[in-house]
Design a protein around this ligand. Structure first.
Ligand code: SF4
Ligand code: SF4
Length: 138
């Protein structure tokens, strides 16, 4: 009798550190209150950090990207300000639009190998809620 292979368990989301989501698409912004902590992680003063890594837009700071579109704060080991990365980076892939919209979820799943390819949108939303995220904008 052939035995069914047990389904390999994996978390609904587990970052694979491919860095694809750090390509600057759509803009990565730091709020003014987030600058000091980020600057300290790369041994810069807030002013130096802004001058080197940001462009000011409407009171917020857009992180500069390189010619290849990669976020300028990406280093060989990944995000250089990981412990103080912008809210938008911390939230991915649990964006409100992805939680609210199955087709946006499909797009995210295609783009992000960290999302379990077998999980349904409903399961993903339920998991997101356990992590404190909902369709509401925070
Ligand atoms: S695209 Fe997904 S798996 Fe890759 S670094 Fe970003 S969150 Fe992690
Ligand atoms: S700040 Fe860090 S996590 Fe956010 S896009 Fe840049 S390298 Fe990626």
């Amino acid at each position: 009798m052939t035995q069914m292979k047990p389904k390999k368990h994996r978390a609904p989301f587990e970052c694979q550190r491919c860095n694809d989501c750090c390509q600057g698409r759509g803009g990565i912004f730091l709020e003014a209150g987030e600058i000091a902590a980020a600057a300290a992680l790369v041994d810069l003063s807030p002013d130096q950090f802004i001058a080197r890594h940001c462009r000011e837009r409407d009171g917020r700071y857009e992180v500069l990207v390189g010619a290849d579109g990669a976020c300028g704060l990406m280093g060989p080991q990944g995000c250089r300000i990981h412990q103080a990365k912008p809210a938008i980076c911390r939230r991915w892939p649990f964006f409100p639009g992805i939680l609210a919209n199955p087709s946006a979820f499909e797009d995210a799943r295609q783009a992000c190998p960290g999302i379990d390819p077998d999980i349904s949108h409903e399961e993903f939303v339920a998991y997101a809620r356990t992590q404190g995220y909902s369709e509401e904008k925070s």
